[in-house]
Design a protein around this ligand. Structure first.
Ligand code: CA
Length: 474
């Protein structure tokens, strides 16, 4: 018996060493497809009944759907900062949506942080970002100065989807987020006009980039601004949803359908070029759906974009790598958008600076069964300005809904909608998770820049919104 155990052990270790050696040599392509403000329920593979996303569903079927995947923040900018550094953005002060300020080099992702493209460049990768950046509008913070070789997209938080609405040529000439929605698209640094529907143009550029870089390892960050507001879609996509009665939901469905076509075109191009098995594809939304704004659906989760409830920061998430990761599965362990870089770093053997360790981890051993349990035993969220917190640990989740309010405790396995507060029932569990929260909080710094929320533009918008709310209540 002893001998058998020993030989099995020896075999396992050999296999492990073999796979590690192989892993060190691997340079798969990486494609990250990120949508903007897509709700948790809003894809066929997430159970949607009214939308149609056949290509996203095919991607999901070819890989693993992560049911308990979180981004690092419930709004765009900080969430992207977390994904692209593989680190909690609260560690380096990116804890607000940045203002659109081409004159301010501090307004965005600090230069002290490495992006995923910076790290991959050292391993010989060519990188592109197509679509939304939102990590700073100053030239120092431009994607081409943050490790990327190619940029086609926009620097701010959103964009109108037709050229006729883009009335401002130069993206560097303005100092206002609202106006930034109306500047021309940039190709690298140059403003450029486009024809047709913006989402289709982003897909065109993605397919072109893949074809042009098929001979060498590449990283493509395809960062669709859809289905973020403004809600705009051409007739050809709207026509696909004659049965959706809510007009806003119909536009939303059309916008996601255009993204879905893009996903299909990318998969087809990879198949054509026989690159599918040498390409890791991740698909996720950057935060939960803002239902009032874009008619997204986060059910069965509680809350919306910007919330510390799961509806704010738990997202649709797929990882597909045929030939290496077995497809057709659902994985329920706690996972993070930071694990995209964690996985890439392990597979490619990226050099990570000692003073900036990743919070993301390698997902592969959890998928192969080499490691038991979840990639993260615990995952954290802080919103500094309101002192809101959420900590997910195993099945439990602590929520501090607002500054100095008493914490709630939920069991997400039994109560995914966060409806039954167990704080009084399990004070010991609550106290333990709260200790973890305080210990994590002590590692963080304060936000390094004022946010969009501090601008007059934003406060005016909020006042208008409150007035409308009051009117509708009266
Ligand atoms: Ca977003």
């Amino acid at each position: 018996m002893k001998t058998i155990t020993k030989s099995i052990l020896a075999l396992t270790v050999t296999t492990l060493a073999g796979s590690l050696l192989a892993a060190e040599r691997a340079t798969p392509n990486i494609i990250v497809i990120m949508t903007d403000d897509q709700g948790y329920a809003d894809a066929g593979f997430q159970g949607s009944k009214d939308l149609r996303t056949p290509h996203m569903d095919a991607l999901a079927e070819s890989g693993v759907v992560f049911t308990d995947a979180y981004v690092t923040y419930p709004v765009c900018g900080p969430s992207r900062a977390g994904f692209i550094t593989g680190r909690y953005p609260q560690r380096f002060g990116f804890e607000r949506n940045p203002q659109y300020r081409p004159d301010d080099p501090e307004m965005g992702l600090p230069l002290s942080e490495d992006t995923m493209a910076d790290l991959l460049a050292k391993a010989g990768y060519t990188s592109a970002i197509i679509g939304k950046w939102h990590l700073g509008a100053h030239p120092d913070l431009h994607p081409l100065n943050r490790g990327f070789d190619f940029f086609y997209g926009h620097l701010g938080g959103g964009k109108h989807y037709f050229q006729e609405h883009l009335t401002i040529r130069d993206p560097m000439s303005i100092r206002n987020e609202g106006q930034s929605y109306r500047t021309w698209i940039q190709r690298d640094f140059e403003p450029e006009k486009f024809e047709g529907y913006l989402t289709d143009r982003f897909s065109d550029e993605a397919v072109r980039f893949i074809a042009e870089n098929k001979e060498q390892p590449f990283f493509l960050f395809l960062s669709y601004n859809a289905p973020h507001t403004p809600m705009q879609a051409p007739e050809e996509y709207l026509e696909r949803f004659p049965d959706i009665e809510n007009p806003l939901r119909r536009i939303y469905a059309a916008m996601l359908s255009a993204v879905d076509d893009g996903v299909g075109r990318i998969l087809a191009k990879l198949d054509d070029l026989e690159l599918r098995e040498n390409t890791m594809i991740f698909f996720l939304s950057d935060n939960g759906g803002p239902t009032d704004a874009n008619a997204s659906d986060n059910r069965p989760l509680r809350g919306y974009k910007s919330d510390v409830y799961d509806g704010g920061w738990r997202v649709p998430f797929v990882f597909s790598w045929p030939g290496t990761v077995e497809g057709g599965k659902r994985f329920h362990g706690i996972t993070s958008a930071m694990d995209i870089l964690g996985t890439a770093a392990a597979v490619i053997g990226l050099e990570i600076a000692e003073e900036r360790p990743l919070d993301g981890v390698n997902l592969l051993p959890y998928l192969s069964g080499e490691k038991e349990g979840a990639p993260h035993e615990v995952i954290y969220l802080r919103k500094f300005d309101q002192q809101r917190f959420a900590v997910r640990q195993g099945d439990y989740k602590l929520v501090i809904p607002y500054r100095e309010q008493s914490p709630h405790l939920f069991n997400l396995r039994r109560d995914i909608g966060e409806t039954r507060d167990l704080a009084d029932k399990h004070p010991d569990i609550l106290a333990e998770i709260d200790r973890m929260r305080l210990s994590w909080d002590a590692e963080l710094i304060e936000p390094r820049f004022l946010g969009l929320m501090h601008t007059e533009e934003w406060q005016r918008r909020m006042r208008q919104w409150r007035e409308q709310e009051e009117e509708s209540e009266n």
